[in-house]
Design a protein around this ligand. Structure first.
Ligand code: BG6
Length: 482
């Protein structure tokens, strides 16, 4: 019987986090200063900002995060209570190499992740580890603007080799670089690639020109491919995946120009990185795109061989919304801090932060990816950022979040029935954490509420939201009881 009815038996249900948004302990255990440690909180309308120096009395959200560094046992016990089969996390580069330049790794940092992996193992939770999630040693920013320089590849490889060897028998699933393709979006030059644009203001502008960004993307793709090859040498059982923010673009209407524009966007933002990581070479449209834009992307002869050799074992994506593309002027712009350009889609609901939820778009996207690449897929980020209210009795009634996740689970099941080989689902911020784009605490995604506000005040106590009990039921029934 070739017909797939629902989620496979060994489906990896879980949740996702990133070190820089939840660990805290920013200067403990020998940790160095990371790119995120320099960031100030933004707000619903202001993206998070970059400070020139760290000052007393100023709130930097990553410094305490939600204090996973000290509370990991309690948090992992809560994940286990929900029935997690997997847990996505990242390793803070600066815990292992505080400035990036040391020749020996920091043992205390390595030990911390040993403890975390051992704790997960106790409950049979499979770690899915992002090698680098929007975080680099700040020292390397000052030295050569991280991925602006080819040298960064060697620093990344040193870090990667250290953690591959150390956790060889504890971690099987690895993601090379978080949302690698978002580097191409001007707004994430600093966050995604650690590039400074030379601005000397107290609060620095994080925008970087696109040619520099596509060059950075190339270096990152080379580094990712090298990591895949090395990882397979160290442990042939490693499964090493790509990680892309899947930004799904629809044509605004049936005007063929809109259809072509949406396709072009999909290629320039998503497929360009995906094709290199999965197929091992740049697609034709990439060269045309570079040429038409006048970008001179420097590639060494050896790069082509490296890319060809280091193709990934699986694909992982984040998926939050879809966007529409139109050649017509005067349509409503997508609002809030929606990180992609596009027009408002009148058929979709919009979150408090202006993100347009589109569960069916996830089914479309998974089919789109599967049809192109035919290798296993993980959805390693998805969720609804919303304001929650902690009630006096410690409950949080987040029916809006349950609805969002339920609708996406339904569509993932549809995709599986369409024949897509989906192997994992780890919703973003399974425990409330600091927002990546705004640095706020108020933009919550979790099944677990953390008592902490936008200024960094609170008890850090954890509370189970209604979605906690709901998700537990979903996992227990393998996606049947929704
Ligand atoms: C992804 C990032 O882009 O989206 C995460 O990988 C981020 O780091 C997540 O937190 C959600 O975005 P935000 O801005 O709502 O936190």
């Amino acid at each position: 019987d070739m017909l797939t009815k629902g989620f496979p038996k060994d489906f990896l249900w879980g949740g996702a986090t990133a070190a820089n948004q939840f660990e805290g302990g920013w200067n403990e255990g020998g940790k160095g200063i990371s790119t995120t440690d320099m960031c100030l909180a933004g707000s619903r309308t202001i993206p998070k900002r970059l400070a020139k120096e760290i000052k007393e009395g100023v709130y930097y959200p990553s410094h305490n995060g939600i204090d996973f560094y000290h509370r990991y046992k309690e948090d992992i016990a809560l994940f286990a209570e929900m029935g997690f089969k997997s847990f996505r996390m990242s390793i803070a580069w600066t815990r292992i190499y505080p400035t990036g330049e040391e020749s020996e790794p920091n043992e205390e940092g390595l030990k911390f992740y040993d403890d975390v992996f051992d704790e997960l193992q106790k409950y049979g939770i499979e770690p899915i580890v992002t090698i680098s999630h929007y975080e680099y040693p700040y020292h390397l920013v000052e030295k050569f603007s991280c991925w602006k320089s080819r040298e960064m590849i060697d620093y990344y490889m040193k870090f990667t080799e250290t953690i591959f060897r150390r956790y060889k028998n504890k971690v099987k699933y690895w993601l090379t670089l978080n949302e690698i393709n978002t580097v191409a979006l001007a707004t994430s030059g600093y966050i995604g690639a650690g590039i400074l644009n030379g601005d000397e203001d107290e609060v620095m502008d994080m925008k970087v020109d696109p040619e520099t960004l596509y060059q950075a993307l190339h270096y990152m793709l080379v580094a990712s491919a090298k990591a895949v090859t090395l990882g397979h040498e160290i442990n042939p059982d490693f499964k090493i995946g790509s990680m892309e923010a899947y930004l799904t673009y629809y044509p605004y209407n049936c005007n063929p120009d809109d259809v072509l524009l949406a396709q072009k966007k999909d290629r320039e933002v998503n497929l360009i990185a995906g094709d290199v990581q999965i197929r091992g070479s740049y697609p034709g449209f990439a060269y045309r795109f570079f040429e038409e834009k006048g970008y001179d992307i420097k590639m060494e002869e050896e790069d082509f061989e490296i890319l060809k050799k280091g193709t990934v074992d699986f694909i992982s994506i984040s998926y939050y919304f879809s966007a529409t593309m139109s050649t017509q002027e005067g349509l409503g712009e997508a609002s809030g801090n929606m990180i992609v350009e596009g027009n408002v889609n009148p058929y979709l609901e919009t979150s408090e932060w202006g993100w347009q939820s589109d569960p069916k778009g996830l089914r479309w996207t998974l089919n789109h990816i599967w049809d192109r690449y035919q290798i296993p897929i993980m959805v390693v980020e998805n969720g609804l950022g919303a304001t929650d209210k902690l009630e006096a009795d410690g409950s949080v009634h987040d029916d809006y979040r349950i609805k969002y996740i339920r609708d996406h689970v339904i569509q993932m099941k549809e995709a599986i029935r369409d024949g897509v080989n989906l192997i994992a689902y780890t919703p973003w911020g399974c425990i409330d954490l600091i927002s990546g784009s705004t640095g706020e605490m108020d933009k919550r995604y979790g099944f677990i509420y953390v008592d902490l506000d936008n200024q960094g005040n609170g008890s850090f106590d954890r509370y189970k939201k209604d979605s906690f009990y709901w998700y537990k039921k979903v996992i227990a029934s393998n996606g049947e009881d929704l």
